[in-house]
Structure formats: structure tokens, C-alpha cells
Design a binder for this molecule. Structure first.
Ligand code: ADP
Ligand code: MG
Length: 258
């Protein structure tokens, strides 16, 4: 059995749709028959909550995976959703930066635990909104980085900083790290600025930007408070349709790359 493909969902800006994308792309891939694990690597634990795992039901977390003896399978929790498992996070994760600051191999903590996992098709890592040690661990462990981009004025500036970090990670630790794709999120086609940023992103990044665009959709923002992906919360919403479309495009690109 081949190794799982590992995708870090990253952008150092908060509120751009990382967690929403990790949860809903995972759910859509599951619906399409793929076995998926989401690793919540954000101390806020939004991906864990959004997949129906409350803070009281997280016996072992990504904190234990990174800093302790826990193995990948020790940390896995099933979810109520098709073919979808979770490694949850909790607040402890916020202290990892500090705790392992002087440990050698501190960028490889996650890689050590997940590089040979083979029972899944995809592992999606939901990164925190910073380019600190947690996101670096995700990038070192990953095959590729998926970047949600909210179409607003400073979006492309932030993106060039992120791409610089990807180049640094390639040089230092993970030469084969690819950009999986850039995903335009929270798009509003009545907003001229948003349309201009989308056009600029496509010009600058050409093939990297997914054809699929995620529209601003209130059902996407309501779903987490019902502890489920939008595909389960409102299967026919614009958000559901967009993430299903993204999953198809994502899979078709895997096929080309393989
Ligand atoms: P991040 O993980 O990058 O911080 P989130 O995925 O948590 O971002 O999204 C930030 C907020 O915006 C959340 O409240 C989320 O529900 C909402 N949101 C994300 N994507 C959309 C969308 N396409 N339409 C409407 N609301 C969205
Ligand atoms: Mg998040």
C-alpha cells in the first residue's frame, strides 16, 4: 500500500479559510471515497470542534503527537463523517514553540510520526495563523502546501512571504515540497476589489490557482456551530457545491502529478 499523501493547509493570516477548507475538502474527499485524516495543528482547535469533537472528548491530541511518545494511530479519533478521521488539538499546543525551542530535530517532530503512514489516501494538516514552529513542522512533514487566499488588498503580499518560507523549508529540510494549489476563498463577485485581486492572483501565479473558487456563503460559516462540515449541514448550499468541485479538481491534479 502506498504512503498517504500529506497536504499542509497554510497561510499565516488568520480568517482566510484554512480551517473551513481543511474540514470541507476532507469531507468532500470522504464523500468521493477517499480515506482522509485531518490533523488539527492549531491550538484554537477549530477543526476539531468543526468535525464534532468537543474539547472534553480529546483524550490524546496533536500536542502528544508532537512532544510525546504517542504514535499516529494512538491519536486518531473516528468522526461521524464518512471515511474521515481526526487528530484533535487543544490549548497545550500553544506552548510547543517554547517547550521544544532547544530540542534538536524540532522541525521534524511531526514528520517523524507521520512520514510512513499508509492506511489513508490523504492527510490534511490545518495550520495555525503564523509561520512559527507548528506550521514549519507541517511543511517539513508534507508533500505539498495548499494555500487558501482571501481576495483582499494585502493578500498577494502575504502570499509572497509564505512562498519564501516554502523555499526555505525546501532548502533546509524538505526538498520535494510542492505547492498543491492556491484556493481563492470568500469570493464575492459583486465586489470589484475582490475581482481585481483574483485576476492578479491568476496572472501572477497562473497554473497554481484552482479553477474552483469558494464563494462567500453563510452556510459555510454556520456549519461549525452545528459541529459538522457544510456538506452534512446543508448538502445543496453553494458552499457544499464549491467544496465538492474543489475535491474533484484536487483529485484530478493528483492523477496528473502521479
Ligand atoms: P482560518 O482557519 O484561516 O483562520 P476560517 O476557516 O476559520 O479561517 O474562517 C474564518 C471565518 O470565516 C470563520 O468564521 C468561517 O466560518 C468563515 N468563513 C470561511 N470561509 C467562508 C466562506 N466561504 N463564506 C463565508 N464564511 C466563511
Ligand atoms: Mg483556522
Amino acid at each position: 500500500m502506498s504512503e498517504s499523501r500529506i497536504v499542509a493547509v497554510a497561510n499565516q493570516k488568520g480568517g482566510v479559510g484554512k480551517t473551513t477548507t481543511a474540514i470541507n475538502l476532507a469531507a468532500a474527499l470522504g464523500e468521493q471515497g477517499q480515506r482522509v485524516v485531518v490533523i488539527d495543528l492549531d491550538p484554537q482547535g477549530n477543526a476539531s470542534t468543526g468535525l464534532g469533537v468537543s474539547p472534553e472528548s480529546r483524550p490524546i491530541t496533536s500536542y502528544d503527537l508532537l512532544t510525546g511518545d504517542a504514535s499516529f494511530s494512538d491519536c486518531l479519533l473516528p468522526t461521524q463523517f464518512e471515511k474521515l478521521s481526526l487528530i484533535p488539538s487543544d490549548r497545550d499546543l500553544a506552548s510547543v514553540d517554547f517547550e521544544v525551542a532547544n530540542r534538536s530535530g524540532r522541525m521534524q517532530l511531526l514528520q517523524k510520526k507521520i512520514s510512513h503512514v499508509a492506511d489513508f489516501d490523504f492527510i490534511l494538516i490545518d495550520c495555525p495563523p503564523a509561520l512559527g514552529l507548528l506550521t514549519l513542522n507541517a511543511m517539513v512533514a508534507a508533500d505539498s502546501v495548499l494555500v487558501p487566499l482571501q481576495a483582499e488588498f494585502y493578500a498577494l503580499e502575504g502570499l509572497s512571504q509564505l512562498l519564501m518560507t516554502v523555499r526555505e523549508v525546501r532548502q533546509a529540510a524538505n526538498p520535494d515540497l510542492r505547492i498543491e494549489g492556491v484556493l481563492l476563498t470568500m469570493s464575492d463577485n459583486r465586489n470589484n476589489l475582490s475581482q481585481q485581486v483574483e485576476a492578479d492572483a491568476r496572472n501572477t501565479l497562473s497554473g497554481l490557482v484552482y479553477n474552483t473558487v469558494i464563494p462567500r456563503n453563510v452556510r459555510l460559516s454556520e456549519a461549525p456551530s452545528h459541529a459538522m462540515p457544510v456538506l452534512q449541514y446543508d448538502s445543496n448550499s453553494k458552499g457544499s457545491i464549491a467544496y465538492r468541485e474543489l475535491a474533484k479538481e484536487f483529485l484530478s491534479r493528483q492523477f496528473v502529478a502521479a
